[in-house]
Design a protein around this ligand. Structure first.
Ligand code: ISE
Length: 345
């Protein structure tokens, strides 16, 4: 009988429920044994659905429980640091949804704890690295067949955000994906960063900047621009093109049939062509999340993590801190990291 990794889940919201389903139905080598949430009733309902234990709102109790060998953290962003540190207190495996923390300083504390343990125990949920489109882009760039990469042009467009969303979350919660995937695609590090305030969309009247433009320059001289529409746009649309010396690679749109038809009921209207645009970020990268968790469980069962580390979570937060500090200054601010510990080489 195959030994199954016993996983506990903290956070039973949208992505938490998805990851619970994944572990129970899609990911070999693991099973969910317990859930907890700051809303006890959410944990109780999810536990009942799968016939597993609920710790209600006792998240630290779940982390400490001897049956739980690994913890997936999908709680709200501001709680990530503390739960990761609690998991590391028990020296258990940890998968933390992005961001690792809300700022670089808290990430440094997590890195220091892993160095003290002497082992990588934390993986950060930068799932785009597991998306087939991004993975093929990286394979082509790394092959050198297009020459050196020069530029990245990206868009991250959302339909909505949760309650309490603020301007700075456009970086720490949304553009954090581009802050990770761009350095991964290029195999490069950031030199400096600037967040530019542009004309604001009349659709966005919720008190946060929208859109924002993120500009990044890398140590090898590449230039990256990312349009960040955090909400109120036409759909959930992720675009990424890497311009190299001898060609370009571009993220494919998700599979969809292009329809050409006369809209039903409007005989006087000319035929139209349309391709459905997704609205849900969980749907757009649903396969990437599956591959990501399968890879994480296989790595944990093999005793050595291979996915995005606390260092990757830290670098994204350092760049995010620089971007948020640069807002309104029209200045590029340095992305200054500590020296990379050997544990993460
Ligand atoms: C969400 O948490 C995600 O991670 C999505 O990938 C991102 O597009 C969305 O803006 C975030 O709120």
């Amino acid at each position: 009988m195959e030994k199954l990794l016993k996983v506990g889940l903290i956070g039973c919201g949208a992505i938490g429920k998805e990851h619970c389903r994944r572990i129970m139905e899609k990911v070999p080598g693991a099973t969910m044994v317990a859930v907890a949430s700051n809303r006890a009733e959410s944990a109780d309902a999810l536990a009942e659905k799968y016939g597993i234990r609920s710790f209600g709102s006792d998240c630290n109790g779940l982390i400490a429980d001897p049956e739980v060998e690994a913890v997936i953290i999908t709680s709200i962003d501001p709680t990530h640091h503390d739960y990761v540190m609690e998991v590391l207190k028990h020296e258990k495996w940890c998968f933390c949804e992005k961001p690792l923390s809300q700022n670089a300083r808290d990430c440094e504390e997590i890195i220091a704890r892993e160095l003290e343990i002497g082992k990588r125990l934390v993986q950060v949920g930068f799932m785009r690295r597991y998306d087939r489109g991004y993975a093929e882009m990286k394979r082509i760039i790394d092959s050198g067949e297009l020459g050196a990469p020069l530029l990245i042009k990206a868009c991250h467009r959302n339909v909505s955000q949760g309650p309490g969303f603020k301007t700075e979350n456009g970086i720490t919660n949304v553009a954090i994906h581009e802050l990770d995937i761009c350095r991964w695609l290029l195999g490069d590090e950031y030199e400096d960063a600037q967040c530019v305030r542009v004309r604001q969309s009349a659709n966005s009247d919720k008190g946060y900047d929208n859109p924002q433009v993120v500009l990044l320059r890398t140590k090898k001289g590449c230039f990256i621009d990312v349009e960040v529409q955090v909400a109120d746009g036409y759909g959930y649309d992720i675009q990424c093109e890497v311009v190299c010396e001898n060609g370009t690679v571009k993220l494919p749109d998700p599979y969809a049939v292009v329809r050409r038809a006369r809209p039903a009921g409007w005989d006087s209207v000319k035929p139209a062509e349309c391709m459905p645009i997704m609205t849900d970020w969980k749907e757009r990268f649903i396969e990437a999340y599956d591959i990501e968790l399968c890879d994480w469980v296989a790595a944990v069962n093999n005793g050595k993590l291979t996915g995005p580390s606390s260092w990757d979570g830290y670098v994204a937060c350092v760049a995010g801190d620089a971007l948020n500090a640069s807002r309104g200054t029209s200045q590029f601010l340095k992305v200054d990291t500590i020296d990379k510990p050997a544990l993460y080489l």
